[in-house]
Design a protein. Structure first.
Length: 275
C-alpha cells in the first residue's frame, strides 16, 4: 500500500491526526530505562499506538547514542505489532543524486520507513532517488517550525518567498508524484494557510505543538485539507517526557490522549465553521 493511502486509512481508522515523535535523549529518559533506548521507545509505542496516525523517530537521537541497530529494530517492531501505522523516519537528508540514492536506500531498505523527511534545497535531482520507491512518502522541508526558519525560507525570490516556491514546486512542477508531503510548522499558522492554498491536497507534517508552543486550533484552521484531514501533527518531548518515573509510559499515554483530543476538538470546530 502507498504511504498516502496508508495515512488516509489511519487518519480514518484511528480518527487521529496526532503523530508521536520518538526523540530518545539519555539526559531525559527515565531512570527505569536508562541505557535501554529500545525498551523506552517500545514502551512509548505500546502506550500510544491506538492514539496516533503515525510515529516519527528522529535518527539523530539514535545515532548520537550509537543506537542505530535499535532504531532498525524499533521500526520493524512497529510494523509487526501495528501494521497500519506509518513510520516517518525524520532524517532531513539532502545531497547530490548519487549520494541521495544511498540515503534513500538507508531510509527505505535498511530502516524500512514508510516515509522520510528530505531537504529540497539542492533541487529535484536530489529528491528523485527517494521517489523511485513508489510506495514510500517523501516529506520536504517547506516552512520549518524553528525561529531561524525565517532566515532563508522567508526570503523573497522572484515575487514569492522561498518556502512558497518549495510548496509550488511540490504541488505543481513535481505533482505527478503523489508521494510528496511538506513540513509546515504549527508555529507559523499564517504561512501554513498560504502553503495550503498552494498545495490543497498534500499531506503536511506539522511539528511545533507541545514543547515549541504552537497553537493547535490555529494550526488546524490553517492546515486542514478539503477532506478535513491532511495533517500529521507531531509532538515529541511533551509526550515522551510527560513523566519521569517508572510510570512514564502511562504519563505519555495521558498526554498523547489529551493532545489527540485537542486536535479532534479543533478539527470539529473548524469543520463546523466551514459548513
Ligand atoms: O521534520 C521535522 O520533523 C521537524 C521539522 C521542523 O520544522 N521542526 C521540527 O521540530 N521538526 C522535528 O520535530 C520534532 C519536534 O519535537 P518537539 O518540539 O519535542 O515536539 C523534532 O524531532 C524535530 O527534529
Amino acid at each position: 500500500m502507498k504511504f498516502t493511502e496508508m495515512l488516509e486509512q489511519r487518519w480514518r481508522d484511528a480518527d487521529s491526526m496526532l503523530c508521536v515523535g520518538l526523540d530518545p535523549n539519555p539526559d531525559r529518559m527515565p531512570a527505569s530505562v536508562q541505557g535501554r533506548v529500545g525498551d523506552f521507545c517500545r514502551a512509548i509505542v505500546e502506550a500510544t499506538a491506538d492514539l496516533v496516525c503515525a510515529f516519527k523517530p528522529q535518527i539523530a537521537y539514535f545515532a548520537a547514542m550509537r543506537a542505530l541497530p535499535e532504531l532498525e529494530e524499533l521500526i520493524a517492531y512497529i510494523h509487526e505489532r501495528h501494521p497500519g501505522i506509518p513510520v516517518i523516519l525524520d532524517a532531513k537528508r539532502g545531497d547530490i543524486g548519487s549520494t541521495a540514492k544511498a540515503y534513500a536506500r538507508e531510509a527505505f531498505e535498511i530502516y524500512g520507513a514508510d516515509a522520510v523527511t528530505v531537504s529540497p534545497y539542492m533541487g529535484f535531482d536530489t529528491v528523485e532517488p527517494y521517489l523511485e520507491y513508489e510506495d514510500r512518502g517523501v516529506i520536504l522541508l517547506c516552512r520549518t517550525s524553528n525561529p531561524g526558519g525565517r532566515d532563508i525560507e522567508m526570503l523573497q525570490a522572484g515575487g514569492r518567498r522561498v518556502f512558497e516556491h518549495v510548496a509550488a514546486m511540490a504541488a505543481q512542477a513535481w505533482k505527478d508524484h503523489d508521494q510528496l508531503g511538506l513540513v509546515v510548522g504549527a508555529t507559523f499558522p499564517e504561512e501554513m494557510a498560504g502553503v495550503r492554498a498552494i498545495a490543497p491536497g498534500m499531506p503536511f507534517l506539522v511539528p511545533g505543538i507541545g514543547a515549541q508552543g504552537g497553537d493547535i486550533l490555529a494550526a488546524v484552521r490553517a492546515g486542514l485539507d478539503r477532506n478535513g484531514r491532511g495533517m500529521i501533527i507531531n509532538s515529541s518531548r511533551a509526550v515522551i517526557y510527560a513523566g519521569s518515573g517508572p510510570d512514564f509510559a502511562q504519563a505519555a499515554r495521558r498526554k498523547a490522549a489529551e493532545t489527540r483530543d485537542a486536535i479532534r476538538r479543533a478539527r470539529s470546530a473548524v469543520l463546523g465553521t466551514r459548513s
